[in-house]
Design a protein around this ligand. Structure first.
Ligand code: IPM
Ligand code: MG
Length: 358
């Protein structure tokens, strides 16, 4: 692609400052690799509630649909915590996932060599380099199932439902198997098939599809065991595929193993426009102080170049630039372990400079 139009949704808290640095790095990649970029901003989350009354204005969704990819910051903050479910900033995030049909959420948990000390796991457990890819189903399951308030035995009651169709399971499993082909060819499918009927369908469907991927080793694991194994021996995992809610929980667990949630990017993909965002939240306590780590947002741009544009060289150049600045010792406070720090902007500027040259 010669020219890419990016919908930029900075969102709340530290979202605007980290996405600004990500765009700086994207511009550098454009310069270095001979393409051009334009960004158009949209509102999502708390800032959208303040300006329009809803967390996902129609205009934002149509902007995203008309663009080649979406770069998002983060949504939410204490200011909007009191609002009812459908009007919370988080509803904007769920709305855009559904609206763009982003059924697959790729969350790599990677421990960079220079940051091994940041992991809460003992070095003996963590070993050297760790690289797990969580493939989370993103537009189905209990997040989008029927829910409500009822009376049961005269008491107030509430319910949420987990529902998956076989095609929904198949398409996310396909993403996992295809991802594994570019990695160590191992997939662990996580469910709760000893209790849940939806998990039994999940397991059957993944197993059936696996027949088409004889080169991939498939294992099934119950979610409670998977949580334990991730901490006990994370190296046994390569690609983990799981439902929306289990993926939400396990991806936070995996991110903490790396010790630096400020480093982790994510990609949400479907049949149309892909959305890229850091895994971390809006961190309102540090917003506007230039201390936020922009590397998760920067690495989200690298994922964008790979998944939306097939530009693997430009994508690798960003990853290498991030490695380089970490090896040089540049640190934002979250990864500095009390040592000297640079600002959000200095980090972004240095990565951008490294993308363009030595
Ligand atoms: C995530 C977040 C969201 C989720 C919230 C903010 C709705 O935790 O992206 O993991 O639960 O999916
Ligand atoms: Mg989460």
């Amino acid at each position: 692609m010669d020219h890419m139009r990016i919908a930029l949704l900075p969102g709340d808290g530290i979202g605007p400052e980290v996405t600004k640095e990500a765009v700086r790095v994207l511009d550098a990649a454009a310069k270095g690799f001979g393409f051009t970029v334009s960004t158009e901003e949209g509102l999502i989350g708390g800032c959208a509630i303040d300006r329009t009354g809803v967390p996902l204005p129609e205009q934002t969704l149509s902007l995203c649909k008309s663009c080649d990819a979406v770069l998002m910051g983060a949504v939410g903050g204490p200011k909007w915590d009191g609002l009812e479910g459908a009007l919370r900033p988080e509803a904007g995030l769920l709305g855009i996932r559904a609206g763009l049909g982003l059924f697959a959420n790729l969350r790599p948990a990677i421990v960079h060599g220079a940051l091994i000390g940041a992991s809460p796991l003992r070095p003996g457990i963590l070993g050297g380099h760790l690289d797990i890819l969580i493939v989370r189903e993103l537009t189905g399951g209990i997040y989008f199932g029927e829910r409500g308030r009822i009376k049961k035995d005269g008491a107030e009651a509430a319910f949420d439902t987990e529902l998956y169709t076989a095609p929904e399971i198949e398409r996310i499993a396909r993403v996992a198997f295809n991802s594994a082909r570019k990695r160590s060819r191992r997939v662990c499918s996580v469910d709760k098939a000893n209790v849940l009927e939806s998990s039994r369908l999940w397991r059957e469907t993944v197993t059936r599809l696996h027949a088409k991927y004889p080169d991939i080793a498939l294992e099934h694991m119950y979610v409670d065991n998977a949580a334990m194994q991730l901490v006990r021996n994370p190296h046994q995992f390569d690609v983990v595929v799981t439902s929306n809610m289990f993926g939400d929980i396990l991806s936070d667990l995996a991110s903490q193993i790396t010790g630096s949630i400020g480093m982790l990017p994510s990609a949400s993909i479907g049949s149309g426009t892909g959305l890229y965002e850091p895994v971390h939240g809006s961190a309102p306590d540090i917003a506007g102080k230039s201390v936020a780590n922009p590397l998760a947002a920067v690495l989200s741009v690298s994922m964008m170049l790979t998944h939306s544009f097939g530009m693997t060289e430009a994508s690798a150049a960003i990853e290498n630039a991030v490695k380089k600045v970490l090896d040089e010792g540049l640190r934002t406070p979250d990864i500095a372990a009390g040592g000297p720090c640079v600002t959000t902007q200095e980090m972004g500027e240095r990565v951008a400079a490294c993308v363009l040259g030595p």
